[in-house]
Write a protein that binds this ligand. Structure first.
Ligand code: PHE
Length: 396
């Protein structure tokens, strides 16, 4: 290392005037040396020579001058050494910047030189703020793809005159099962499928709380609260004790629909859902209805749409059937109207609003994840919940 010739200047005395003179001489020395610096290497040598941790000149002089100092001189000495250190640091910065600029700066007016030095310092990372860098860009928020699809589905029904109804995720057995005509020992009530809240055993069965397994309980809540006609869509989160895999998640989303009025027929159900599927997947999509079973609809059907990937020709996505199963539906079972009537008569014993001789209705329910996955060709349900920006940004 080129730390030689480390002669320590003499300090006459510790009085103010002598300190002043001694430090002024050191500053001169620093300035003279730093003016000679032409290369980054030279600046680094200079840095080491003056500020090196052990053999640095500042350190050596400091040690020597402090050794003899009377107690009351320690503070003024300290202040001056700090100032000198600050000066050294700034000289080093400027010298580095000048070394980087090289001859470019020479001969320019001093103001422009100063600008160039500032610029060079930023280039060299010597300034914490680089105004030449692009700013931090905050991406504008976008609706999550699931919410986007959910809103799309809801909007299709809003255009048909439906309004939105919502219900709680923590639901009672009554709304989730009993009033929907699930018999007491129906397997769906089993803990196999349903997440039950703890500590409910002391309550009567219908009052026990659980996480709703579908959005259908909002059918019951809405009918108890309101006489027909009813046309509602119910978007919401539902929970099932399912293992997660590529297409299942224990928490997912549904959109439920309910229409109750005089003279509502299965044709209305078919027409409504055929329209909705065309609105969601394109007007060339075909629908077909397959017999199915739900305790709260009779008759019940599963709705399939012609495969949007192969237009019905058969492909991997539709398991070579040409059709994709999308939702469940059916005509509201009179047993459901009976539970609603029973509940409404607690408030008005003469209530007859949901007399199945006078009114009929249909209901349907669809999984939002499934529809969004088909819309966008997503093969892993987990992407929706991962928060991975690479996935989410594709929907911006
Ligand atoms: N609630 C049913 C489910 O979760 C779907 C459904 C809703 C079926 C309305 C018929 C009528 O699977």
């Amino acid at each position: 290392m080129a730390i030689m010739n480390q002669s320590i200047p003499e300090l006459e005395s510790y009085n103010e005037a002598d300190l002043e003179r001694a430090f002024a001489a050191l500053q001169d020395e620093v300035r003279r040396e730093s003016n000679e610096l032409r290369s980054i290497e030279a600046v680094e040598q200079f840095h080491l020579r003056w500020l090196g941790r052990k053999q640095g000149r500042l350190n050596l002089i400091g040690e020597a001058w402090r050794r003899m100092a009377p107690a009351e001189s320690m503070k003024p000495l300290g202040i001056r050494f700090n100032e000198l250190k600050k000066m050294l640091i700034s000289e080093i910065e400027v010298a580095k910047a000048k070394a980087i600029l090289g001859p470019i700066a020479e001969g320019l007016p001093s103001e422009e030189q100063a600008n160039l030095v500032t610029f060079a310092k930023r280039r060299a990372g010597l300034s914490p703020i680089d105004i030449t860098l692009p700013g931090t860009v905050r991406a504008p928020g976008i609706p999550h793809p699931l919410l986007k699809t959910m809103n799309e589905i809801v909007a299709v029904f809003h255009h048909l005159g439906y309004s939105t109804a919502l219900g709680p995720q923590v639901e009672s057995d009554f709304y989730n099962f009993e009033a929907l005509n699930f018999p007491p020992n129906h397997p769906a009530r089993d803990t196999q499928d349903t997440l039950l809240l703890a500590g409910q055993q002391a309550k009567p069965s219908r009052d026990r709380l659980l996480m709703r397994t579908h959005t259908s309980p909002v059918q019951i809540r809405s009918m108890i609260a309101q006489a027909p006609p009813i046309r509602i869509v119910v978007p919401g989160k539902v929970h099932r004790n399912d293992a997660a895999d590529a297409t299942h998640s224990p928490v997912f989303h549904q959109v439920e629909g309910l229409c109750v009025d005089t003279n509502i027929t299965f044709s209305d159900l078919k027409g409504t859902l055929d329209h909705a599927m065309k609105a969601l997947f394109g007007s060339s999509v075909k629908t077909r209805f397959f017999p199915s079973f739900f305790p709260f609809t009779e008759p019940s059907a599963d709705v399939q749409i012609s495969c949007i990937f192969c237009s019905g020709a058969g492909c991997r996505r539709c398991k070579h059937s040409g059709w994709i199963e999308l939702l469940g539906c059916g005509m509201v079972d009179p047993a459901v109207f009976a539970s609603v009537t029973e509940a409404r008569r607690k408030l008005d014993p003469a209530d007859d609003a949901y007399n199945p001789e006078k009114i009929t209705g249909f209901a349907f329910g669809m999984g939002v994840e499934r529809i969004a996955m088909i819309q966008h060709g997503i093969s892993e349900i987990g992407h929706f919940y991962s928060g991975d920006m690479r996935f989410l940004e594709q929907f911006a």
